[in-house]
Design a protein around this ligand. Sequence first.
Ligand code: FES
Length: 98
Amino acid sequence: MRYRRNRRRPEPARVLVVELRRSGVEFVVPPALTVLEALERRGLAVPSMCRAGLCGACEHQPLAIERAPDGRDNPPATDPIRLCVTTVGTITRLVLDL
Ligand code: FES
């Protein structure tokens, strides 16, 4: 019996860039943080309560979202997002009205 080696290529490192349009600030969210935590570390007070994506207190309507291509033909959605559970992942750029 022969075994095949897993030949999947490693996923490219993903980066999430947040642009604060009104402030004119742009920064990269560290991989271990949520967008809410990254904003707080920069001294921005964003309303929050549960920090688990449940209550909606941190929900924000982004001005724009860019996503990593996933091979599907999905248009970029601009639905409201919950900043407390948004991390580095499929979103590569987030423009907020802050
Ligand atoms: S703080 Fe409750 S959903 Fe984000």
